[in-house]
Structure formats: C-alpha cells, structure tokens
Design a protein around this ligand. Structure first.
Ligand SMILES: Cc1ncc(COP(=O)(O)O)c(C=O)c1O
Length: 391
C-alpha cells in the first residue's frame, strides 16, 4: 500500500472506529416517534394520499424552510418534474443544469420533453459556477419576445436548476444575478440540502420553486418522498392539483381538467416524515460534529483535503466529501478500493451527466472544473450516528 492509501485508511479508522463489519455511506435513523406515528396512521386506515400526516408534514416543511408553501410528493424526481412544468418548461426547450449532478436532475428535464444543457461547476461550492455561466450565456441571444435562445440549436433556454451538491449551497447571490440578467426562471434542486442555508435563508426557497427529496439515503427519510417549495400561492395550488390527477374537488364527481399525475405522497410515508422532522435538529447537529472530525483528522493526510461549507453558507454536510489535491482517476480508485475492502463504504462522485449514453448528444458548456471534480471527489460514511463513533 502506498503512503496516501495507508494514511487515508488510518484517518477513516480514527474518525469512524473499526468497521463492524461494515460502515455504510448513509444510514437512516429512527430514534424518535417513528413507530408511534406510523402505527397511528395504520390504525386510522388513512394510508394513502389523503390524511392528517400529509397536511402536518407540509406545514412542518414550510415552517422549517421558511417557504410559504410545501407540497409533498412521491419523490424528489417527481417534485422536480412538476416544478419545471410550473416554471414554464415545455417540450423542445433547453434547461441549464450542472453536469455534475445525480442523474435525476437531468431525468426530470427529460420528463418534460426538454433537453438538459450541461453547465460548469465551481471548485469551492461543487455547484453551478455563476461566473462561468454568465460568460457562457453571452453566446446565447436574448430577446424580449423569445427570451433566451441557444444560437447553436435554435432552442429556447427555459430555466436554470442550481443543485446544492452534498448539501453545500450554491453561490445563490451571483446565480440569481445571472438568472435575472437573462430572464431565466430558477428552479432549485435542493434534494440533498434540507437543513442547509445560504446567507441565513434555507436552500430551495430562492427560486420560483425548489424541490426536496426524502429518499432513504437523505438527511431525513419518508422511505421515498419529496416536496415542492414555493412562496407563490397559485403555483402551490397548481402543484397540488397536477400531482393529484388534476381532479377538481367534489364530494362524489370524478372530473379531471388536465392530463396530470398521481404524485401525491401517501399519508403513511408522511407519518414517518413528521417523526423524522422532529429529529432533524439533532441529526443536523451530529452531522456537523462528524464533519468537524473529518476536517480535523484529514488535515494531516497529505494529498487529500476535506470539502468545507462554502462562504456565507451553513451546510447540512449530507455527504462528507474528500478531495484529492491532484485529481487522478487512478489514485481515486485505489483509495476507493482500500476503503471499501476495509469495510468503509466510500463512493466516487457521479459520472458527469454528458458522458451518460442518453445525454451524450445534449449541449454542454466547457467543463474543465467539473472534469477535475469527477476524478478527485470521494464521499465517505456520513450517517449522523457516526458522530458518536468520532473520537
Ligand atoms: C441532486 C438530486 N436530485 C434529485 C434527486 C431525486 O430524488 P428522488 O430519489 O427522491 O427521486 C436526488 C436524489 O435522490 C438528488 O440527489
């Protein structure tokens, strides 16, 4: 084993203790009222998309994030799909998204019949680089009637999706400036950033619409689930309508006024969500403690840095992330091999989206930083309960 591999493994051991036999990347935790709330929901027989827990979960999310409205849906991808439609994305449009993201960001664009257009990342935040975006958009044409058009494809650019990577907020002040300059609606993919704030404001509340995910690997979970956040009453009402098969409320009549979706979050999942929301402050405190420990210990590992929350931000440290000082696929994969062999579940970042077969023909900006990040980031075990193992 090379020195960097030995040091890397030793640092993981120092933070996480000995694997017994395996330390997962991210485990959910059910230490509060989860059993009680789910049992109460089962006893009520209201297990499907109507019930007190859905309403309560939406209120809890809105209160916590500071959004005026939260609409609970089946997952984060569905949330993003509907949010994009409500922002005006239509078939044949292009939507600007980071090349470095989970595939769901691009899939949601495709579900609208639109085309993802991949944008450069910022080294510090791991999210969209607003300055690179600004320079890049100078090559597009902006008109008062057509909006922003990609000169090369002739297609309208309909929106931009900042995604807060691993919980680290995008530089939203700069991003919003660029979006305003080009009249671009902003839909935030905050799937990974419940509990993360930029300049004291919760992520997902800066754009017209924002979305969350409660997948089993997220900070809190409903098994599967998501939510749409907005401050606009009409958009919230439309979100609820479109995710409830566009059924007009009536005591018995089945009248639906649009082709729509069955995307509402079941009450059973929302019951779990309510109990998880009660645990959120404790989960976040412990995740930040764990991040602090990683930061301290990895200071002494030559060649490997720890990704800290960006300026003006408070991160939920959803997934703690290490960064090779010299980007190298070979070294990254050697470190992944020794860590996983030893029982520490570590993962690389995502393959850049424009390299996936179904997105290979989509337009993309120059991506030198994203390319570097792709071969230098490693996610390490990040469950809140590991803060207890941190010594
Ligand atoms: C950045 C990002 N966007 C969207 C999603 C989609 O969420 P879901 O899995 O709940 O559909 C996820 C996570 O799963 C994600 O990490």
């Amino acid at each position: 084993m090379d020195k960097i591999e030995q040091d890397f493994l030793q640092a993981l051991k120092t933070v996480l203790g000995q694997p017994n036999p395996f330390v997962p990347l991210h485990e959910p935790e059910f230490m509060g009222n989860e059993w009680e709330r789910v049992k109460d929901c089962l006893d009520s027989t209201f297990v499907s998309s109507v019930g007190k827990y859905v309403d309560r979960f939406e209120v809890m999310l809105a209160e916590y994030t500071g959004a005026k409205y939260a609409v609970a849906v089946v997952n984060g991808t569905a949330a993003l799909h509907i949010a994009l439609l409500l922002a005006g994305v239509r078939t044949g449009d292009e939507v600007l998204i980071p090349a470095l993201s989970f595939v769901a960001t691009a899939n949601a664009v495709s579900h609208c019949g639109a085309i993802p257009h991949f944008i450069e990342s910022q080294f510090e935040t791991l999210g969209i680089d607003p300055h690179a975006l600004n320079d890049y958009l100078k090559h597009c044409s902006l008109s008062s009637s057509e909006g922003l058009t990609n000169r090369l494809t002739g297609r309208r650019i309909a929106a931009v999706i900042p995604m807060h990577t691993y919980g680290h907020p995008v530089d939203m002040s700069s991003l919003l400036e660029v979006a305003n300059r080009y009249h671009l609606p902003v839909v935030e993919d905050a799937a990974e950033s419940l509990g993360s704030c930029y300049r004291g404001q919760h992520t997902g509340t800066f754009g017209q619409l924002g979305t969350l995910s409660f997948n089993g690997n997220k900070v809190i979970t409903t098994g599967g689930g998501g939510a749409i956040l907005t401050n606009d009453a009409k958009l919230a009402q439309q979100a609820k309508h479109l995710t409830t098969t566009a059924k007009q409320p009536h005591r018995w009549e089945f009248f639906h006024d649009a082709v729509a979706w069955n995307y509402r979050l079941p009450n059973l999942n929302a019951a779990l969500g309510c109990a998880q929301m009660e645990q959120l402050p404790s989960l976040l405190n412990r995740k930040r403690l764990l991040a602090q420990k990683y930061q301290e210990v990895f200071q002494d590992v030559e060649g490997v840095g720890f990704v800290v929350e960006p300026a003006n931000s408070q991160s939920n440290y959803w997934l703690n992330t290490l960064r090779l000082e010299e980007p190298s696929l070979l070294v990254r994969d050697r470190l992944l091999t020794v860590a996983n062999d030893a029982g520490y579940q570590c993962r690389p970042t995502w393959t850049l989206l424009h390299k996936l077969p179904m997105y290979a023909d989509c337009p993309h900006a120059p991506l030198p930083v994203a390319e570097q990040l792709e071969v230098s980031l490693i996610n390490v075990p990040s469950s809140a309960k590991l803060a207890g193992a941190a010594r």
